[in-house]
Design a protein around this ligand. Structure first.
Ligand SMILES: Cc1cc2nc3c(=O)[nH]c(=O)nc-3n(C[C@H](O)[C@H](O)[C@H](O)COP(=O)(O)OP(=O)(O)OC[C@H]3O[C@@H](n4cnc5c(N)ncnc54)[C@H](O)[C@@H]3O)c2cc1C
Length: 376
C-alpha cells in the first residue's frame, strides 16, 4: 500500500546518504566555513554520488526528502543551504518552467556540479513583501536590460547561473507584471559583494547588483510577465525543502544534546539525571517525532502533485522553530563550553537563528497559514 512514510528502501538510502555525507563532505566542512563557500571538489563529489540531481517531483521526491533531512543533520546550515539552493530551490524553476532548450543547456551542468546556481529574489526593501521589489528589466531589441540589486543571495559569489526575479512592467504591485530571468554569472555589469552573516558561513551569501545587464530573450524563464504564477509554486516548494532541512538540523542538535547530558557530570551525576533536563529533552523529542511524520506526509503530498501553501508553511514554521529551540536548549545545557566562539554548539545555534528568517520569516508563515485556513 502506498504510504507517506519512508519505506525500507528509503531507510537504506538514508544510510547511504549519511555515510557519503559524513565520509566525503564533513571533512571539507570546516575549510568551507572558513573560506565562505564549498570547494569544487565538494560539488563534484556530491554529483559523483548522484546527490545533485535527485528527483524534485513525483514518487522519487521521497528520496530527495530523505537526502534533505540527512543534509540538514550534517550540522552545517551553510552547506545545507548552499546545496539545497542549488539542487532544489533555484533549479526547480528551470525544471518546472524552463523550455526544453534551457533545460538542455543548464540541467546537465547543474546535476554534475559544474554550473552552480543561485536564486535571487530578496531585495533591501522587498524580503517578506515582494510587492516592493525594485529590480527592473526593461525590454530591449533582444530581450531585457536589468537594473537594480538583490540582497542576501546564497551561492552569490560562485553562481554561474542566477535565477532572478525582476519587475518587468508598470503598476503599483511589482509582482503583477514580473518575470524570472536566467542571468549568466559572467554577464557584464553584474557586481557581487560578499555579505558575511552571523552564521551559514559556507553559504556564500552575497549582494548582487545589476548595472545595465543584458539578458537575451532566450533566457526568459517561461512567459515574460508571469513570474507570480511560478513563484506561487516555487515558494511552496522552497518552504517544503527548508522544512526538511530544518528537521535534519533539529535531529542534529538533539543528538548533540542527548550525548552531552548523558556524559556530562553535575553534582556528581550525569546532567540527564535531573528531571528538568530530562523533561526538556522529552518535550523536544516528542515534537521532533510528530514533526517528522508531518514532514514526510507533506513530502508525500508534494510527490502526488498536491503540495499546498498551508501545509508547506506549517512545516517550514514548525521545523525551523523546533530547530531553533533544540539549538537553544543545546547551548544552554552545554554551559560555558557551548558559548565558545568556534565550538560546534555555538555554530549550530547561530545557524539555527537564520532558519526562522530565510525562505520566509516565521511571522509571514503564520500569516499565510491563517489566511489559507478555511473559516470553520
Ligand atoms: C542566511 C540567509 C540566506 C538567504 N538567502 C537568500 C537567497 O539565496 N535568495 C534570496 O532571494 N533571499 C535570501 N535570503 C533573504 C530572505 O529570504 C529574507 O531575509 C526573508 O524573506 C525576510 O526578508 P527580510 O530579511 O527583508 O525581512 P523583512 O521583510 O524586512 O522583515 C523583518 C522582520 O519583520 C518581521 N516580519 C516580517 N513580516 C511580518 C509580518 N507579516 N508580521 C509581523 N512581523 C513580520 C520578521 O520577524 C522579519 O524577520 C536569505 C536570508 C538569510 C538570513
Amino acid at each position: 500500500m502506498p504510504s507517506p512514510y519512508p519505506s525500507e528502501s528509503h531507510r537504506k538510502f538514508a544510510l547511504h546518504v549519511r555515510q557519503t555525507l559524513h565520509s566525503q563532505l564533513l571533512p571539507l566542512a570546516e575549510a568551507a566555513e572558513a573560506r565562505g563557500h564549498l570547494c569544487e571538489n565538494a560539488w563534484q563529489t556530491l554529483a559523483e554520488h548522484g546527490l545533485l540531481g535527485l528527483p524534485q517531483r513525483g514518487e522519487g521526491f521521497l528520496q530527495s526528502a530523505v537526502f534533505l533531512e540527512e543534509l540538514g543533520a550534517l550540522g552545517y546550515a551553510g552547506i545545507r543551504a548552499s546545496v539545497a539552493v542549488h539542487a532544489y530551490m533555484a533549479s526547480a524553476y528551470l525544471e518546472l518552467f524552463g523550455s526544453d532548450e534551457q533545460r538542455e543547456r543548464y540541467l546537465p551542468g547543474i546535476h554534475q556540479g559544474r554550473i552552480i546556481t543561485a536564486l535571487a529574489i530578496s531585495e533591501e526593501h522587498a524580503g517578506s513583501d515582494l510587492s516592493q521589489m525594485q529590480c527592473r528589466a526593461e525590454s530591449s531589441a533582444d530581450g531585457f536590460i536589468v537594473e537594480g540589486g538583490k540582497r542576501y543571495i546564497a551561492n552569490g559569489s560562485r553562481a554561474a547561473l542566477i535565477v532572478t526575479l525582476v519587475r518587468s512592467g508598470e503598476g503599483q504591485h511589482a509582482l503583477g507584471n514580473s518575470s524570472m530571468l536566467l542571468i549568466d554569472g559572467d554577464s557584464p555589469g553584474l557586481l557581487r559583494t560578499a555579505r558575511p552573516m552571523l552564521g551559514w558561513s559556507s553559504a556564500d551569501v552575497c549582494d548582487l547588483d545589476f548595472s545595465q545587464v543584458a539578458v537575451p530573450a532566450c533566457n526568459v524563464l517561461g512567459k515574460s510577465g508571469k513570474a507570480l504564477l511560478y513563484l506561487m509554486q516555487g515558494l511552496d516548494f522552497e518552504r517544503l525543502v527548508a522544512g526538511l532541512l530544518a528537521l535534519g538540523g533539529a535531529n542534529h542538535s538533539l543528538r548533540l544534546l542527548d550525548g552531552f547530558v548523558r556524559q556530562h557530570q553535575v553534582q556528581g551525576s550525569p546532567l540527564g539525571d535531573k528531571q528538568s533536563v530530562r523533561h526538556r529533552l522529552a518535550d523536544l523529542i516528542g515534537e521532533q517525532q510528530i514533526l517528522r511524520h508531518y514532514a514526510y506526509q507533506v513530502a508525500w503530498q508534494h510527490s502526488k502533485g498536491q503540495l499546498d501553501t498551508r501545509s508547506a508553511c506549517i512545516l517550514k514554521l514548525r521545523a525551523t522553530e523546533l530547530a531553533l529551540s533544540a539549538a537553544q536548549a543545546c547551548a544552554q545545557l552545554h554551559g560555558a563550553r557551548g558559548y565558545q566562539l568556534n565550538c560546534e554548539v555555538a555554530r549550530v545555534y547561530r545557524d539555527a537563528m537564520a532558519g526562522t528568517i530565510a525562505a520566509g520569516a516565521s511571522e509571514l508563515m503564520r500569516d499565510l497559514i491563517f489566511d489559507s485556513t478555511p473559516a470553520s
